[in-house]
Design a protein around this ligand. Structure first.
Ligand SMILES: [Zn+2]
Ligand SMILES: [Zn+2]
Length: 348
């Protein structure tokens, strides 16, 4: 990994052996969804966003967060390697924006050379395999190999299986000439708030408004934890060791209660008397309309266990003062302090 290129194995299909080493469980090929989506991104010229966790030591620096969004990268190469008895896939990502210095570059790194000064002619040699007639790039310094896993000559250098390998400098250093067609699907930092029009009464409860936003003041990702909106600093989730001044950004919305009409699909708001049908394959409850009128009482007798009683409501009951219909409205108009609580921040 450097400031602009990331080489990594394609994730998935691994387990840890008794010594804690990652071991491939199966060959990585077109049956793997991760592998397929990387191939697809390459073919369709759609760059991918990379995220680095703070347990990754490759950058040789302390990362500010548990997960850190790097940038958009184009998929420049995908190839296969032999890993033990299995075939693993590897991928080379190249940063899409070559004009600005990467935030993860070592402090004091010079600004990247302007595009006009770059040597676009550097390219790793590409050879056609005499066995399978497919081309592979020279990925390794030690020599060229066919990197097509279906080929008899795969992973063999002059008939020998290579042992220790290092990357070919041309393979590391080449850069794809920028083009106007490789574009990401969405912005790396989407501005969800700018798409929310608060005058729209439904918007505060829309599914998309359950999602997180990026804090416009400090760029932190903020999940929707509160009933009415987002707060950059969630006081109950603050780590005691984090003494720095917390960001106080918050965005609260006016919550418009959902009407009963918008959630009941029937012609009327609840049945006068619910028609019930019991499949003879299952237990039939005992129905009693009188004892607890206007409720209908259904009792399911479970032999050897006991019984379950169900009080069936109807429109009359639901529309009583302070009854279920009123409760539905009241629960929405009061802020009961409903919120999401943080789970353990990450696993594994
Ligand atoms: Zn071959
Ligand atoms: Zn913030």
């Amino acid at each position: 990994m450097d400031d602009e290129v990331v080489i990594t194995r394609v994730g998935g299909g691994c387990t840890k052996d008794s010594e804690g080493n990652l071991v491939l469980l199966r060959d990585q090929n077109a049956d793997s969804s991760t592998f397929n989506s990387i191939i697809n991104s390459k073919d369709a010229n759609v760059p991918v966003g990379l995220i680095i966790g703070d347990r990754n030591t490759l950058l040789g620096r302390k990362l500010p967060h548990r997960y850190n969004v790097m940038a958009y990268f184009r998929v420049s190469d995908i190839w296969h390697e032999k890993v033990g008895r299995r075939t693993g896939a590897k991928v080379r990502f190249e940063k899409l924006d070559l004009e600005c210095l990467s935030w993860w570059a070592t402090q004091g790194s010079p600004r990247p050379a302007p595009l006009s000064k770059r040597q676009w002619s550097i390219a790793p040699e590409t050879s056609r395999c005499p066995t399978c007639l497919q081309t592979s790039r020279r990925v390794y310094n030690e020599g060229w190999m066919c990197l097509q896993p279906a080929c008899k000559s795969f992973w063999s250098m002059d008939g020998l299986t290579p042992e220790s390998l290092s990357f070919n400098p041309d393979f590391l250093n080449f850069r794809t000439t920028p083009d106007p067609f490789t574009l990401p699907q969405y912005s790396l930092v989407p501005n969800l708030l700018s798409t929310i029009n608060e005058a729209d009464r439904e918007v505060s409860t829309l599914r998309i408004a359950w999602k997180g936003i990026v804090c416009p003041e400090c760029n932190k990702c903020i999940s929707r934890r509160f009933w009415r909106g987002w707060k950059c600093t969630d006081d109950i989730a603050r780590l005691p060791e984090n003494q720095s001044e917390p960001c106080r950004f918050q965005k609260m919305m006016e919550m418009h209660p959902a009407s009963l009409r918008s959630v009941v699909d029937d012609f009327e708001l609840g049945p006068i008397k619910r028609a019930l049908y019991f499949d003879t394959k299952f237990a039939r409850p005992e129905a009693d309309d009188q004892t607890l009128y206007p409720f209908r009482k259904l009792t399911y007798h479970i032999p050897g266990v006991g019984s379950i009683t169900h009080f069936v409501s109807n429109r009359n009951i639901n529309s009583r003062e302070n009854g279920p219909n009123d409760l539905f409205r009241q629960l929405q108009s009061k802020d009961l302090g409903l919120r999401r609580y943080p789970l353990q921040q990450s696993v594994g």
